[in-house]
Design a protein around this ligand. Structure first.
Ligand SMILES: NC(=O)c1ccc[n+]([C@@H]2O[C@H](COP(=O)([O-])OP(=O)(O)OC[C@H]3O[C@@H](n4cnc5c(N)ncnc54)[C@H](OP(=O)(O)O)[C@@H]3O)[C@@H](O)[C@H]2O)c1
Length: 282
């Protein structure tokens, strides 16, 4: 079979942007999608300067028409899709009480239903590949929980459950579903793309003091982050190339430890650590 066709969502920055370039360098034919093509100039420059096999396309994972349009173009040009990387996402911070119904649903619309939209619409083209793979970028937040991040946690836990079930279903048809659970990496999701509930920074909120403590901790941690997003990007390449890649792939600073702690240590201990680390309470 000739070059594998790879579709990646959320390529305007971060893991998506870097993996489009990396996978093209590895010889894949990449369809790099983003919801706002006005943000494509950096990627366009790379494509032009290095003659990379990347096509940029507009695609918003919450907009079915944009997904269908993009997939139709892939079908017309290549007749199949080999790899779907569900990468697009963002995180909204805020205590549950301070999140509006709309803010919570928006988080689920992008991080969870966006993945479902992509898989549902892509399956027909993936079936035309002889080695179809779906890689879902979840998060260590999909295996653990943190106060003030409940909406993001819920969206990524949902991605985890969906992926587990889908993996077993699609294995019957020879397709692979794979998960990556990154810990913190310095991309825009931790800075300019971080959103907060509108009420989270309102001093009249009953949670205001705690949210500020959380936010301070978040900023401190991010300021000293030394992790390299290319670790995740190279891992995506490995999951595409390996014959039998692992289903779950937890990576990044503290990620394996947190996932282990959440899964295997008593819940009381988990709560104590979170309270102590974030709120300084014993
Ligand atoms: N970096 C980390 O520490 C970390 C850790 C765990 C998991 N993750 C996950 O990794 C994935 C990529 O994030 P990143 O770290 O690379 O951050 P990023 O630089 O903020 O990239 C996020 C990308 O998702 C796009 N996006 C958001 N909503 C979208 C939508 N409705 N349709 C299409 N694209 C949309 C953004 O586009 P715009 O530019 O238009 O907003 C951007 O291209 C996310 O799923 C995130 O949850 C990241």
């Amino acid at each position: 079979m000739d070059k594998k066709i790879v579709l990646i969502t959320g390529c305007s920055s971060g893991f998506g942007f870097l993996s489009a370039i990396h996978l093209a360098e590895q010889g894949y034919r990449v369809i790099a999608t983003m919801r706002n093509l006005a943000k494509s100039s950096d990627l366009d420059d790379e494509i032009k300067n290095r003659n990379l096999p990347i096509t940029t396309r507009q695609l918003d994972v919450t907009n079915i028409d944009s997904i269908r349009r993009c997939l139709r173009e892939i079908e017309d040009e290549y007749g199949r899709l080999d790899v779907l990387v569900n990468n697009a996402g963002y995180g909204i911070g805020g205590f549950f009480e301070d999140l509006s119904d709309h803010e919570y649903r928006d988080q689920m619309e992008t991080n969870f239903f966006g993945v479902l939209n992509m898989v549902r619409e892509s399956l027909q083209l993936l079936r035309k590949s002889d080695d179809a793979r779906i890689i879902n970028i979840s998060s260590t937040a999909g295996l653990t929980t943190t106060p003030g991040m409940g909406a993001y946690n819920s969206s990524k836990w949902a991605v985890e459950a969906f992926s587990e079930s889908l993996r077993q279903e699609l294995a019957l048809h020879g397709m692979k579903v794979l998960l990556i659970e990154p810990g913190p990496y310095p991309t825009k999701v931790l800075t300019t793309n971080t959103r907060f509930a509108e009420k989270a920074h309102d001093p009249i909120s009953l949670n205001y003091k705690f949210t500020q403590q959380l936010y301070e901790k978040y900023k401190q941690n991010n300021a000293t982050l030394k992790s390299d997003p290319m670790e995740i990007v190279r891992l995506i390449g490995k999951l595409i190339a390996e014959k039998n890649p692992s289903f779950r792939n937890v990576r990044g600073p503290g990620a394996k430890f947190r996932a282990f702690m959440h899964r295997f240590l008593p819940w009381k201990f988990n709560e104590w650590v979170i309270r102590r680390v974030i709120f300084g309470k014993v």
